[in-house]
Design a protein around this ligand. Sequence first.
Ligand SMILES: *[C@@H]1O[C@H](CO)[C@@H](O)[C@H](O)[C@H]1NC(C)=O
Ligand SMILES: *[C@@H]1O[C@H](CO)[C@@H](O)[C@H](O)[C@H]1NC(C)=O
Length: 584
Amino acid sequence: MATPLRLAALLLVLVAAFASAARADLVVSRADRKVDLTSHIVRVLTSLKVENAGSEPVSKVLLAFPNIQAKNLAAIRAFGTEGKVKGLSSVLPIEVVEPSGVPPELTFFSASLHKPLQKGKILHLDDSSHYLSPYPVKVQTLSIRLPGGRVESYTKYGNTKLVDSELKYGPYEDVPPFSYNPIIVHFENNNPFAVAKELIREIEISHWGNVQITEHYNIVHGGARLKGEFSRLDYQSRPYARGVSSFRHLIARLPARAHSIYYRDEIGNISTSHLWSDSKKTQLEIEPRFPLFGGWQTTFTIGYGLPLQDFVFSADGKRFLNITFGSPMEEILIEKLIVKVVLPEGSKDIDVSAPFPTNQWQEVKYSHLDIAGRPVLVLEKPDVIPEHNLHFQVYYKFNNISLLIEPMMLITGFFLLFVACIAYMHTDMSISKNSPSYLAKLQWDEVQATVQQIQGIFHQCLAVHDKLETSLHDLSRTGDAKSCKAARKAADAQFKELAKELKPLLLSVQSSPQSYQIWPKLDDLVAKERELQDKLMARHATVVDSVEKKQRGQDIENWISSQQQKIAALRQEVESLLEYLSEI
Ligand SMILES: *[C@@H]1O[C@H](CO)[C@@H](O)[C@H](O)[C@H]1NC(C)=O
Ligand SMILES: *[C@@H]1O[C@H](CO)[C@@H](O)[C@H](O)[C@H]1NC(C)=O
């Protein structure tokens, strides 16, 4: 029972505290607002003179926005000066707060003062957004700068003036807290609205001395859409008549020492870019391939290198990149900006410090020679305007030894290659001299050469056989038994001669272990040839004999013809064995 009671008491105190904070005795003695509508980024500058009319010091000033505006708010900044307007102004930290007892359709930001505002003291406060006060306002004015075209209509209150392209409201006096009078201005704006649907900025750090930036743009002209057909001829002949709301060019302001600058799209280099630089900046003016009208899109890439020492520093044993976050393009609204910081391979303990909240994650990028890949820190932020082009820092640890890994890999690689080459050549030489396989090859070559010689001898033998046959034919024509016998004698001598030549060759082949598979064939060949010779000689002698004696009985005829068949068969065998040997 005791607990709920105590809780209730506590809640009351808290509510009271918030209510008093919201109602702090501040009075806005003067509020002047300037709204700049000349480009597609609406900029609101509110100058407030805030007075503490109460007795307690106040350290926070609340700034109120209708939710619908707060939702589209890309950036808000506040500067404060105590005392005189001309005094030193400083940036005030701002946070979103949810005080209770206030209308739910409002979003509150709280600007924290560096020094509490004492009773009766005055603070000058600028903020860059629409103004709606939780405090009473004594005097306020509003001025709206328009781009200079036609103004269709605007809301009129007392004290409203349109002078040239400036619309003025006020001064209005003694306005109570939370007063809200919506106004509507309908005007013409033909200025080109550069909107990047997406921009991917890659910042790659190389400790060899370069920071390489590559920016991939997908740009749409977010302004008034083109009515009717586009005619390039028309556009070129009267560019300012019809082309009012088209991009003729985009300007990128790059750091002074940017180098190796390029601008290309998927077709290739775009030459219609101009570059000029002074000691403070390098300016790149790029012209898309075709004029861009409202709603039209284009994609392109720009790239440039920056000196490492201008953007990467070291402190406390760490290194850090300090570079601007947004696009170098002038007056561009980026719906989705992705910044990828590619750190050198081997970087560790990665940390980021950005002046506004971003989505963050890490990736790995591989390029040639990378082993573990390069750590990539990715930052993503929606709705980025030039006001976000502030410096951010990426801290990381990197050992210089890591720098040497890739060159060492190359050196080692080449060294190993050379060693391999030398080793290979060495091995090759030893093959030619001593290796068993080479010796075997030599022996085999020798066997082949000898076998060829042997074949030659056998072919000579066959030629002698043919001569014997011829002599028998001649005998049957001339009956000259004498010369036939002489032919046989010569043949016999030749056979002996050839047998003598053959002997050492056969021995040589048989002494080589390489040739064992042909030994049986050689033996066979020798045996068949000898048998063939014997049969030929025997038949020759019988035939000559029978011619000399002039008696040829049936039995001799039969024998001769049976010998004839055997000789033909043997000759066949010898020839096929020779054929076999010629194929080894
Ligand atoms: C593109 O232009 C850059 C700078 O003008 C030049 O260095 C590069 O060689 C060009 N590349 C091609 C493919 O023409
Ligand atoms: C980053 O660079 C900017 C501009 O040179 C400088 O004002 C700022 O102090 C630097 N930030 C850090 C953390 O060094």
